[in-house]
Design a protein around this ligand. Structure first.
Ligand code: ATR
Length: 292
């Protein structure tokens, strides 16, 4: 680093185990950009102060992680339309007088799907879970013209609230196609028409150390899976993925989404295009760091 280095950083709590510094510092090195990226653990009552201070210091860009993806929004001078609809941002870009918020989680997820040869338009998708990450992916499905989302969740009420909101935003009934999002309980999967579906596991069930857990235990469910994407990446092979593969489906964890959300943020901050060479190298470094 020298006097002309630019700085980017992560705001969250906790941040000690974040993989983002590895992603961004490696990108900077490989692309010859004079920047450094660090992680800051922020106390809840100091979030606004942190954002204002970062702008005053000339911090070029920031990532925001749990638990601040929504809480940070009032501290921004603007928000991307889609991120505003999702109600969560993970990337802040310098604007005139403050930061503008974006959501690159959905960009990362879409790019992971593209690597698998999967595009969303016209497709039927099963999503398990209705929390923050699910919300972003359900919106992405609406934006990309998915035909139907089967949203399976433990508490139906929470999933229905999300479905109602998204169905209103992407009003399909007029076209006679029925609503975009249909809600089911975790044990109601037999209502889904027989077929093979892209299935996205968004809950934290099965995450280390409770690796023997899975949101849907019943093997019959996995006959519906064509490709199973578990957004968990620790352990690298979850019980959900194991069940998908035993049913003959393809399965992948969420490591690439994590990589690509970072890549998309870096591309916005520095107006560069990151290539295959960089992404595959960083993916290997991420796996090594996580002992995978
Ligand atoms: P995130 O932001 O990571 O999505 P979240 O908003 O806390 O996290 O959402 C967690 C998701 O995991 C929810 O869908 C939750 O189901 P409920 O809406 O019924 O709470 C789901 N989840 C958490 N623990 C679960 C469990 N033991 N069994 C089934 N689903 C579970």
């Amino acid at each position: 680093m020298d006097a002309s280095s630019s700085i980017c950083c992560l705001l969250g709590n906790p941040v000690e185990h974040s993989i983002s510094p590895l992603i961004h510092n490696t990108l900077a090195e490989m692309l010859g950009i004079n920047m450094a990226y660090c992680a800051h653990k922020i106390e809840p009552d100091r979030l606004g102060e942190a954002v204002r201070g970062a702008y005053a210091l000339g911090i070029r860009g920031m990532n925001v992680t749990v638990p601040y993806k929504t809480a940070v929004i009032p501290s921004l001078i603007g928000i991307d339309d889609i991120a505003g609809k999702i109600g969560a941002v993970n990337t802040l870009v310098t604007g005139d007088g403050g930061y503008i918020g974006y959501n690159t989680d959905i960009i990362g997820f879409e790019r992971q799907l593209l690597d698998l040869g999967i595009t969303l338009p016209g497709r039927d998708v099963i999503i398990i879970g209705a929390g923050g990450v699910s919300r972003a992916i359900v919106y992405l499905c609406g934006l990309k013209g998915v035909r139907r989302v089967w949203l399976l969740n433990r508490s139906r009420g929470k999933a229905q609230a999300l479905a109602d909101e998204v169905n209103e935003r992407f009003d399909r009934d007029a076209g006679g196609e029925g609503v975009l999002v249909k809600v089911l309980g975790l044990d109601e999967y037999s209502s889904i028409p027989a077929g093979k579906y892209l299935t996205v596991q968004t809950t934290n069930v099965g995450m280390y150390p409770k690796t023997e857990a899975v949101a849907i235990m019943d093997d019959g469910f996995y006959d519906l899976v064509e490709t199973g994407v578990d957004l968990i990446f620790n352990p690298p092979v979850t019980l959900f993925m194991d069940k998908c593969m035993k049913a003959g489906a393809n399965a992948e964890n969420g490591l690439k989404m994590l990589l690509y959300q970072g890549v998309a943020a870096f591309e916005m901050w520095y107006d560069v295009k990151v290539g295959e060479k960089e992404t595959s190298h960083i993916l290997e470094l991420m796996k090594r760091k996580m002992g995978i």
